[in-house]
Design a protein around this ligand. Structure first.
Ligand code: 3PG
Length: 212
């Protein structure tokens, strides 16, 4: 898969809803009902971070939930890419980018949303052909103001900012022409997931889906 094709696919996914939930799943048995609850609230593209022992199993269980597109987040190395593809991830997300990780995604045919936080990082990914990036960590990298400034030299780039975004500041990011959607964990609070409060999670998702 070329970087250009990967960015086209990611642009489509990012336009499906204003928020991509960033999920840290501790119990694989909760993966499917969590995905269904978020989908029922209108958030249909989900990122499961590879940060827990059950993350790959969680992706496997979500992969066949009707109406949901699941991706693997926190991709750091080529091995993560192979494992994510094997369990049915439709896209990948990484906090930054290395040539080895980009090579692995392009070879495996996994569309990647690679992370960047500085002008030089944006330039490196743009030179390779990526046009849709994760801006991470958004809040501590200067927030919406920094992203607005990056739009000056890079009007052709599009972003999904993630990190430190919640209901109180998501709109600032979503107001930017260069922002396709935002990523965030606030729609799946760990306590609600642990308690199986699916109706409340659907409510949070519904509010998030209306942010734009
Ligand atoms: C992450 O990769 O952890 C995401 O950026 C989620 O950040 P958040 O928990 O601040 O929404």
């Amino acid at each position: 898969m070329t970087p250009h094709n990967a960015s086209d696919i990611l642009e489509g996914f990012c336009r499906m809803a204003p928020v991509i939930p960033v999920l840290v799943i501790e119990d694989a048995a909760r993966a499917r009902p969590l995905a269904e609850a978020l989908r029922d609230g209108g958030l249909t593209v989900l990122e499961v971070t590879l940060r827990t022992p059950v993350a790959l199993e969680a992706i496997r269980r979500i992969a066949d939930v009707p109406g949901v597109i699941v991706g693997a987040g926190t991709l750091l190395a080529a091995e993560d890419v192979r494992e994510a593809v094997a369990v049915g991830a439709r896209f990948g997300v990484s906090p930054g980018a290395t040539p080895a990780l980009l090579d692995a995604c392009e070879t495996a045919g996994l569309p990647l949303l690679p992370g960047a936080a500085t002008a030089s990082e944006v330039m490196a990914l743009r030179a390779r052909g990526y046009r849709v990036l994760k801006f991470f960590p958004a809040g501590s990298s200067g927030g919406a103001a920094a992203l607005r400034a990056l739009a000056g030299p890079f009007p052709d780039m599009r972003f999904c900012p993630t990190g430190g975004i919640g209901p109180s500041n998501a709109a600032e990011y979503l107001a930017l022409d260069t922002v396709l959607c935002v990523g965030g964990s606030w729609v799946a609070p760990p306590a609600m997931v642990a308690a199986g409060d699916w109706a409340d999670i659907t409510g949070l998702a519904r509010q998030a889906a209306r942010l734009r």
